[in-house]
Design a protein around this ligand. Structure first.
Ligand code: SF4
Ligand code: SF4
Length: 740
C-alpha cells in the first residue's frame, strides 16, 4: 500500500467532500507588502479574545503601561492573558462592543496611546534549542498566544500533548477569498515562521511536518521552500485551490486521507494542526520575547482606495484601519446608513455594525465591498425564499451535513434535533449559503442556533452545579443530623450505664441526693424523738431529760389543783354555814373572802403554768434545751414556792383556827333567848366546822409539805451534773448525724 509520504511526494492528495470555487479576489492585496501603520490614538482590548476564560485584571484606570506589559493573568489554563500593544495609560475599563457576530458588549481595557511605543524589558533567546519543553510552554502561555486561524484555541494547551504525534500540519491554505494576510506573512516572514515550526517540532517531536498551502500563493510557496530546503522533516504540500481547504478537518483529509469523526479531535488521530500565523507568533514569543500584540490584517474591498495588508496592533478600532486604507464612506445604502463592513472573509465573516469594534487575535481581514462588488451586502431587506429542496447545499457541505434540515430545525428552535444533525460539526464555511438558490442565509441560522444551544448548555451546567450543591448540602445536613442523633444516643446510654452501675453497688454508691434525703430523715426522726422527751435509763446521758420535768410540772399542777379544790370545798362548806350565820358572824365573811382570793390566786397560777407549759412545748428544738434549763431552774423555784405556799397555807390555817378559837372564847353579844339559843347552836356548829377545817388545813398543809419535800428530793436527784454552758447548748444528736 502506498504510504502517505510517497503520495505527497508524488503530489497526490485526497479529496474532502463538497467545497466550492468562489472568485478569489486576492489580487487586490497579494502583491503589496505588509504596511506598518502609525500608532492609533486609542486601543480597545477585550479581556477575552479566545476560546476559554478571561483572565483577572492586573491594571486599573489611570495606570501607565509599557508595550508588552501583561494586563491580565490567571492560573486557569483556559485563560489567556492580554498585553499592552504599546505604551500609554489606562483611560477606562468598561464594556464595549466586541468582534463577534452577536455584537455583544464585553469588558474591555481602553488605552490612551502615548506615542512613545516604549517596550517593557525583554529577554531575547538566542538559542531556543536549549530551552526545556516546560520553558517553551510557559513562554507560549505567558505570551497569550491563541490560534490565529480563526478558532482562537489556547496554543499552550494544544501543543502540550503526549508524544506519538505522527503529523504536525501547518495550515497555510488561506482558502477564503480576498484574504492574503498569511500569504504576505509567509512571503515576508518565512524564516520566522520556520523557527516557529522548529520550536513546535522540539515540543511535539512529530514523525512528519507537513505545510499545506494552496497553489494560488506562488510567492509564499517559494519563500517557504527556500526556508526549508535544508530541513528534510518538513514537507511543503502545494494543494489545489478549493474552498474550504483551510478547514482543519478538511486539510487533514487532503493531506493524510484521515477523517476526524464527529466529536473527535485531531490529536486522537496523532495529528496536530497549527496555523502559519500562529507559528510566527510562537517564534516571536520564544525568541524575541514579544507577546501576541499584533497581527497581519488584510484590508480589502473595492470600497477601499488603498487595500493592503497591515501590521495592526490588537485593539485597533476598525474605523482607524479603514481610514488608513482609504475607506470611501459612500453612504449609498438604500436606508441611508453606512455601507457594510465585514470582519473576516466574504464567506465566514460577519458584518461589523459599530466601527469601534477592535482587532483581536483572530481577526485576519476587514472587507469593505462596494455595491457593485457585493450587492447583497447592501440590501436592507431579505430576499430569502422558501427552500426548494434542491440539495445543492448538501452537495457542497465539506462536513457532509444536511444544511436544509439544519435550517428547518434552527427556525423551529428544535435544539435536540439540531444536536442529532451534528450542528456543531458545521465549520461555518458558508459554502451552503453561497450555493443556495433561495438565498437563505443558512450560516446565520446556524450561528444563532449554536449561540442559543451554548447559552442553554451554560444554564444547564449552572443548574446542574446548583443541583449538586443542593444535594451535597442536603447530604451534609442529613449526616450532621444522624451524627447528632448518634451522639445523643451514646450520651443517653452512658447515663443509663452510670445509673445502673450505681444501683448495682448496693447503696454504697447511691446518689448523693439519696444520701442527703436519708440524712434529713434521720435528723427529723432524732428531733421528733428528742421532742417526745423519751429518756433512756443511761446514767451517762449528759443532758437533763425534759419528760421528767414535764411530769414534775404536771404533778405540781395537780397538787395546786388539789389544794385549790380542798380550799374550794372548805370554802363551800363554810359558805353554807355562813349563809345561816352571816348576820351574826361578820368576821367569817372576811375569812371566806380571804380564802377565795387565795383559791383564785392558786387557780391563776395553775393556769399561768399550764399556758407557759403549752407555749414552751411548741417552741422549736433549738430553744428546747434553753427551755429545759430554764424549766429546771423554774422547778427549783416552784418547789421553793410550793414549800413556801404550803407553809403559808399552814400558817393561815393555824391563824384561822386561832382566830376562831379566840372568837369562841370572847363574850357573847346580848341577844334574845331564841337568838341566843340559835347563836349558841350556830357557834357550836361553827366551832365544830372550824375545828374540822383546821384539821383539813393542817392535813392539806402536811400533804403539801410532804409533796414538796418529795418533789424537791426528786428534783435534786434528777438535777444534771454541772456542765459547761456551751456543752449545755449542744443538742442531742443521733449516731447518723455524728457520722456526717
Ligand atoms: S440549497 Fe437552499 S434551496 Fe437548496 S436545499 Fe439547500 S437550503 Fe434548500
Ligand atoms: S456552513 Fe456548515 S452546513 Fe453549510 S456548507 Fe459549511 S459546513 Fe456545511
Amino acid at each position: 500500500m502506498e504510504s502517505i509520504i510517497e503520495r505527497i511526494n508524488q503530489n497526490k492528495f485526497w479529496q474532502f467532500h463538497g467545497g466550492i470555487h468562489p472568485p478569489e479576489q486576492k489580487a487586490l492585496t497579494s502583491a503589496k507588502p505588509i504596511r506598518q501603520l502609525p500608532l492609533p490614538k486609542q486601543l480597545i482590548l477585550p479581556l477575552q479574545q479566545h476560546i476559554g476564560r478571561q483572565g483577572d485584571l492586573l491594571v486599573k484606570v489611570g495606570d501607565k503601561v509599557l508595550k508588552g506589559q501583561p494586563l491580565t493573568q490567571s492560573s486557569n489554563p483556559m485563560a489567556v492573558p492580554i498585553h499592552a500593544p504599546t505604551s500609554g495609560s489606562i483611560s477606562a475599563i468598561k464594556k464595549s462592543v466586541i468582534a463577534h457576530p452577536s455584537g455583544l458588549n464585553e469588558l474591555c481595557i481602553f488605552i490612551d496611546v502615548d506615542g512613545e511605543d516604549t517596550w517593557q524589558p525583554r529577554e531575547i533567546c538566542h538559542d531556543f534549542t536549549k530551552l526545556s519543553q516546560q520553558q517553551i510552554l510557559k513562554k507560549i502561555a505567558d505570551s497569550g498566544i491563541a490560534g490565529m486561524g480563526g478558532a482562537g484555541f489556547p496554543t499552550h494547551i494544544k501543543v502540550n500533548t503526549k508524544p506519538d504525534i505522527n503529523f504536525l500540519i501547518i495550515n497555510a491554505a488561506e482558502c477564503e477569498p480576498y484574504i492574503t494576510a498569511d500569504d504576505l506573512l509567509m512571503c515576508e516572514q518565512s524564516e520566522a515562521i520556520i523557527d516557529g515550526i522548529k520550536i513546535l517540532d522540539q515540543l511535539l517531536d512529530p514523525t512528519f511536518i507537513l505545510i499545506g498551502i494552496e497553489d494560488n500563493k506562488p510567492r509564499a510557496i517559494k519563500a517557504l521552500q527556500r526556508a526549508t530546503k535544508d530541513i528534510e522533516k518538513i514537507t511543503i504540500c502545494v494543494l489545489p485551490t478549493k474552498y474550504p481547504t483551510g478547514g482543519e478537518k478538511q486539510l487533514i483529509k487532503i493531506l493524510t486521507g484521515k477523517e476526524v469523526k464527529s466529536g473527535a479531535l485531531p490529536i486522537h488521530s496523532g495529528i496536530v494542526v497549527q496555523n502559519v500565523a500562529t507559528c510566527f507568533a510562537i517564534s516571536d514569543a520564544v525568541i524575541n520575547d514579544i507577546p501576541l500584540i499584533r497581527r497581519v490584517v488584510t484590508l480589502t474591498g473595492l470600497a477601499l482606495s488603498k487595500p493592503q495588508n497591515v501590521w495592526a496592533l490588537l485593539g485597533t478600532p476598525v474605523n482607524y484601519l479603514l481610514e488608513q486604507a482609504g475607506f470611501a464612506n459612500e453612504g449609498d445604502t438604500p436606508t441611508g446608513t453606512s455601507p457594510p463592513v465585514i470582519m473576516g472573509g466574504p464567506l465566514m465573516g460577519f458584518s461589523v455594525l459599530n466601527e469601534l469594534v477592535p482587532i483581536v487575535k483572530t481577526s485576519n481581514c476587514i472587507l469593505a465591498p462596494s455595491k457593485t462588488e457585493m450587492p447583497s451586502a447592501f440590501d436592507s431587506g431579505s430576499k430569502e425564499v422558501e427552500c426548494i429542496r434542491c440539495g445543492q447545499c448538501s452537495d457542497v457541505c465539506p462536513s457532509q451535513l444536511l444544511p436544509q434540515e439544519l435550517q428547518w430545525s434552527a427556525k423551529a428552535k428544535d435544539h435536540q434535533q439540531l444536536t442529532k444533525l451534528n450542528l456543531f460539526d458545521c465549520i461555518d464555511c458558508g459554502a451552503c449559503a453561497y450555493v443556495c438558490p433561495s438565498q437563505i442565509p443558512l450560516v446565520q441560522y446556524y450561528r444563532i442556533a449554536k449561540a442559543e444551544i451554548r447559552q442553554q448548555q451554560q444554564l444547564d451546567i449552572k443548574s446542574e452545579k446548583a443541583k449538586l450543591r443542593f444535594e451535597a448540602r442536603k447530604l451534609r445536613l442529613e449526616k450532621e443530623k444522624m451524627a447528632r442523633a448518634e451522639k445523643h444516643k451514646k450520651a443517653a446510654a452512658a447515663r443509663k450505664a452510670t445509673m445502673n452501675e450505681k444501683s448495682t453497688n448496693g447503696g454504697a454508691a447511691s446518689s448523693a441526693v439519696a444520701a442527703a434525703l436519708a440524712r434529713v430523715k434521720a435528723k427529723k426522726k432524732a428531733n421528733s424523738k428528742s421532742s417526745e422527751s423519751i429518756v433512756s435509763n443511761d446514767q451517762n446521758t449528759e443532758l437533763p431529760v425534759t419528760s421528767s420535768e414535764e411530769s414534775d410540772e404536771k404533778s405540781q399542777v395537780k397538787a395546786a389543783i388539789a389544794r385549790a379544790k380542798a380550799k374550794r370545798d372548805a370554802k363551800n362548806n363554810a359558805a353554807s354555814k355562813e349563809t345561816n350565820t352571816s348576820d351574826e358572824l361578820p368576821v367569817a365573811s372576811s375569812e371566806e373572802s380571804d380564802d377565795k382570793s387565795q383559791v383564785k390566786a392558786a387557780i391563776a397560777r395553775a393556769k399561768a403554768k399550764r399556758i407557759a407549759k403549752n407555749n414552751k412545748a411548741s417552741e422549736d428544738e433549738n430553744t428546747k434545751n434553753e427551755m429545759q434549763e430554764a424549766t429546771s431552774n423554774k422547778n427549783n423555784q416552784e418547789n421553793n414556792t410550793d414549800d413556801k405556799k404550803a407553809k403559808i397555807a399552814a400558817a393561815v390555817a393555824k391563824a384561822k383556827a386561832k382566830a376562831k378559837a379566840k372568837k369562841e372564847n370572847a363574850e357573847p353579844i346580848p341577844v334574845s333567848d331564841d337568838k341566843k339559843a340559835k347563836t349558841a347552836k350556830a357557834t357550836t356548829a361553827k366551832t365544830t366546822t372550824a375545828k374540822t377545817d383546821d384539821k383539813k388545813a393542817k392535813i392539806a398543809a402536811a400533804v403539801a409539805k410532804a409533796k414538796a419535800k418529795a418533789k424537791k428530793k426528786q428534783t435534786m436527784q434528777e438535777e444534771p451534773l454541772p456542765i459547761a454552758n456551751n456543752e449545755k447548748q449542744v443538742p442531742f444528736k443521733s449516731s447518723n448525724e455524728e457520722s456526717e
